[in-house]
Design a protein around this ligand. Structure first.
Ligand SMILES: Nc1ncnc2c1ncn2[C@@H]1O[C@H](COP(=O)(O)OP(=O)(O)OP(=O)(O)O)[C@@H](O)[C@H]1O
Length: 251
């Protein structure tokens, strides 16, 4: 097994409080791994440490054998660690096609030109077309993002992350805030992500976790509390008592 992403004894303190407490986590190549935990367990803090939004107090982050602990976010993206955001970060005035054309052209190193010109670049057009179809956005590709249904916006966020050609994709609560009726479409899209992309999913929705993940890591009070395959975590009485027993929390 090849480890794509690893943390070693990662600690993040805010004053005396350890939001991340000695976390040593491994994500293997091609993984479908979920990171769960009650509200305030430290999931967002850990993701911020993985992506370079926060600097750890101690410990390290290793991507494909290289220490990236001190690398800024944009350099991590270039190395293939890409996240989707919990908070909507799309440009409301652009369309899905324009949004993806910007990201794809940036990836191809031709971002200096106007998107209209980029849209005519054959490589950009082709990749956008693929992504729009894969993420069920082709029917709304020319509508302004501001006018899209919430679920469609979340789909565009995942499509945008995938347009960055991630080797390690961090999916940050992809169905948070999505109405019940629009969730299945996102589940399907997430389940159909390319096998070569390693995925770490941070999620409250247990239906999605148990449908998608093969392995689950449980964080409690900033520390890794349990890890295992979906079955063993779902039936672990300790996990049930700290987390699953609460039902499906939202935060
Ligand atoms: N900048 C900060 N300063 C002080 N405390 C912080 C800061 N960021 C997070 N914390 C604290 O660290 C703990 C973990 O927060 P974090 O947001 O990482 O949890 P979470 O598991 O993502 O929670 P949720 O599921 O509610 O999103 C919380 O107790 C939070 O109050």
């Amino acid at each position: 097994m090849t480890t794509v992403l690893e943390t070693r004894n990662l600690v993040k303190r805010f004053g005396a409080f350890a939001a991340t407490n000695d976390v040593s986590l491994k994500v293997e190549k091609g993984a479908r791994q979920a990171l769960i935990g009650p509200n305030g367990a430290g999931k967002t803090t850990l993701i911020n440490l993985l992506t370079g939004v926060l600097e750890p107090t101690s410990g390290s982050v290793i991507l494909e054998g290289q220490d990236i602990t001190r690398l800024p976010s944009h350099q991590r993206v270039r190395r293939g660690i890409v996240r989707t955001f919990q908070i909507n970060q799309l440009f409301n005035e652009l369309t899905p096609l324009q949004s993806l054309a910007l990201t794809v052209s940036n990836q191809l190193g031709i971002s200096g030109r106007l998107w209209q010109a980029l849209g005519r670049d054959e490589r950009v057009a082709q990749r956008c077309d693929e992504l729009l179809k894969q993420f069920h956005l082709d029917d709304v590709q020319d509508q302004k993002v501001a006018l899209l249904a919430y679920g469609k916006r979340r789909q565009l966020e995942i499509a945008t992350a995938l347009a960055c050609n991630p080797r390690m994709l961090l999916l940050d609560e992809p169905v948070a805030g999505v109405p019940e009726g629009e969730r299945q479409e996102i589940f399907d899209i997430v389940n159909a992500l390319p096998a070569e992309v390693t995925v770490l999913l941070i999620e409250h929705d247990m239906d999605l976790v148990f449908n998608f993940a093969r392995t689950v890591s449980v964080l409690v009070n900033g520390a890794l509390f349990a890890e295992g395959d979906v079955k063993s975590i779902a039936s672990d009485p300790r996990v049930k008592s700290v987390y699953l027993g609460e039902g499906t929390p939202h935060g």
